[in-house]
Write a protein that binds this ligand. Structure first.
Ligand code: TXA
Ligand code: MG
Length: 310
């Protein structure tokens, strides 16, 4: 584990650094260093055409990475940065193609974690970082999760910055800002209605023309088989784990892995609960979907993909 200085030194030397954010942990490289960014893809086993998010220290840096920024995108940045919102914008010509997977747009976000923003500011660049898990698997919400997943793939010179458990626990909302209206590409803690409120514009649904790996049908998947259930129809699977709000009674013979008081706690603890199913060697997990709009719909999205095998 390194501190801020060690993290900055690693990034400056072209090595990788595991970074805390409020959503999930990231595996970062200096976004201007193509060789370093290439190592992110090989470490994660991620296809090269899946673009990375560039994390910035301050929303004022946006013009160094994007161009033709619509007014509504500036309103979103002003309202929600630092925070769990990624904006897809036309890329600045200087952004390396390896970062954007060859697309002409770039994903930008200012994370709400003081340690990481300090590291980026001291580096004086932006850092490209996907979630620090193996491709298609469960995202990490603690530094220990990252070490468990990819620790053996880190090299001497790489750094791990431990910023404690993530407070939000699911990945950022992704909004494409490349057209006249915002388009939702991935749900998260910043909801459609918040975006409509801030911009005064209707939010379009993803239409499949913009590809994002978090939008693959199968993603966020543990080794255990995930069965999604509605609150009124929780199946009894003897020996299976249960992931649900506290108010949902546990069927006989099952193991409670998550007992969330509300959707915020559900999101925060969800990935650790999926991981604990694997740590206990459970074959099946029943996940009871939250029913509220907003964060609830982002949790439903993640669980539906975790349940999709293949
Ligand atoms: O909360 C988060 O967003 C975390 C933390 C570390 O910031 N990061 C994260 O990164 O979830 P990743 O790579 O696991 O997911 C980012 C998603 C991918 O599905 C990627 O395809 C999409 O963002 N993306 C990035 N740049 C894009 C672009 N230019 N156009 C469309 N999608 C893009
Ligand atoms: Mg990811």
């Amino acid at each position: 584990m390194q501190g801020i200085d060690g993290a900055v030194a690693a990034l400056r030397a072209g090595a990788l650094c595991v970074i805390p954010t409020e959503t999930v942990y990231g595996l970062a490289a200096d976004a201007r260093n193509e060789a370093a960014v290439t190592r992110i893809f090989s470490t994660k086993g991620r296809p090269a055409d899946h673009p990375l998010i560039v994390h910035l220290a301050d929303s004022r840096d946006i013009d160094a990475w994007a161009r033709k920024i619509p007014h509504y995108a500036r309103l979103l940045a002003a309202a929600y940065w630092p925070g769990p919102l990624t904006l897809i914008l036309p890329k600045h010509q200087d952004v390396p193609a390896i970062v954007t997977g060859g697309q002409d747009s770039v994903g930008l976000r200012v994370p709400a974690h003081e340690l990481t923003r300090t590291v980026i500011a001291e580096l004086g660049s932006g850092i490209a970082a996907p979630s620090a898990n193996r491709f298609g698997k469960v995202s990490p919400t603690t530094a220990q999760h990252v070490i468990d997943d990819i620790g053996e793939l880190l090299q001497s010179g790489d750094a791990v910055l431990d910023g404690g458990p993530c407070t939000i626990g699911i990945e950022s909302t992704i909004v494409a800002c490349t057209g006249a209206q915002p388009r939702m590409l991935r749900t998260g803690a910043i909801t459609s209605s918040m975006i409509e409120e801030t911009t005064g514009l209707d939010v379009l649904a993803a239409d499949g023309t913009i590809r994002a790996s978090g939008t693959l049908a199968s993603h966020y998947a543990p080794a255990a088989r995930v069965h999604i259930a509605e609150p009124r129809a929780v199946p009894t699977i003897p020996g299976a784990g249960l992931i649900a709000l506290r108010e949902i009674p546990i069927p006989a013979g099952m193991v409670r892995l998550l007992e969330a008081a509300d959707d915020g706690a559900y999101a925060r603890d969800l990935y650790a609960a999926l991981r604990s199913a694997d740590a206990r060697g459970l074959r099946d997990v029943v996940a009871v979907l939250p029913t509220d709009a907003g964060l609830g719909s982002a949790i439903r999205d993640r669980l539906t993909r975790a349940a999709h095998s293949g």
